[in-house]
Design a protein around this ligand. Structure first.
Ligand code: AP5
Ligand code: MG
Length: 211
């Protein structure tokens, strides 16, 4: 099994949903740079995130280095939302070598036409980060978390449609080359991300456990 699983995909492809399932069922910790940045109390970072543009490579790389050096990552981890630029991919190669780990990337492939509804319909619990969708995965009780029944779900500011457009453009321009890089080095697998989450997970788990 490759120790570092890089989950790739456009905004809304289902990286977070699948990374959480992998963490729960295969025991590999989910390292989500988006979630980690949202948890920081830094106004500048939140403003940039809300705009749909990327945070600087230096900030994100420091965060990933620090987080993956913790004990729970010693047998491997799942990266969700990192790397997103060529510089980040280069840094990850060095980090993996230092940690003595192999690396495999998996693209969750979803047509752009589906992404807008997934993003616009997303709601998240501010306490546990559980993700819902008003169209595809509604909570049991209107706008309240199933696990934290008195906590109102929130919508991310970057899930407004104009920000979604910026995020998709940013993905094409800055992250598509990273996919090409993994493909050319023979380390990219692809799963169809347009079916049900459980079916996608089954495909992912097969790839991860066979690698
Ligand atoms: P980040 O938080 O990583 O956002 P993203 O990449 O745009 O991806 P999302 O989290 O929106 O989507 P996802 O693929 O996780 O989908 P999810 O599972 O939630 O980054 C946000 C911002 O942080 C960036 O714009 C940037 O500013 C900054 N940032 C983060 N990392 C950075 C980095 N490395 N460098 C620089 N800046 C960085 O699913 C989406 C919705 O669809 C949910 O409602 C879900 O319930 C639903 N859904 C999921 N799967 C399915 C399915 N199979 N069928 C139906 N519905 C589904
Ligand atoms: Mg996510």
């Amino acid at each position: 099994m490759s120790n570092i699983i890089v989950l790739m995909g456009a905004p809304g492809a289902g990286k977070g949903t699948q990374a959480r399932l992998i963490q729960e069922r295969l025991g590999l910790p989910q390292i989500s740079t988006g979630d980690m940045l949202r948890a920081l109390a830094v106004a500048d970072i939140h403003t940039t995130q809300a705009s749909g543009r990327l945070i600087s490579d230096d900030v994100v790389m420091e965060m990933v280095k620090g987080r993956t050096s913790r004990e729970d990552c010693s047998h491997g981890y799942v990266l969700d939302g990192f790397p997103r630029t060529a510089a980040q991919a280069e840094m990850l190669e060095k980090l993996a070598a230092e940690q003595g780990m192999g690396l495999m990337a998996v693209l969750i492939d979803v047509p752009v036409s589906v992404l807008e509804q997934r993003l616009n319909g997303r709601r998240t619990c501010p306490v546990c980060n559980e993700t819902y969708n008003v169209y595809f995965k509604p909570p049991q009780s209107d706008n309240f978390c199933d696990r934290h029944r008195n906590v109102q779900l929130e919508q991310r500011p970057d899930d407004e449609l104009d920000k979604v457009q910026i995020r998709l453009e940013t993905y094409e321009r800055q992250t598509r080359p990273v996919l090409d890089y993994y493909r050319q080095s023979g380390r990219l697998k692809v799963v169809d991300g347009s079916s049900e989450p459980e079916a996608i997970y089954a495909g992912l788990a097969r790839i991860i456990t066979q690698a």
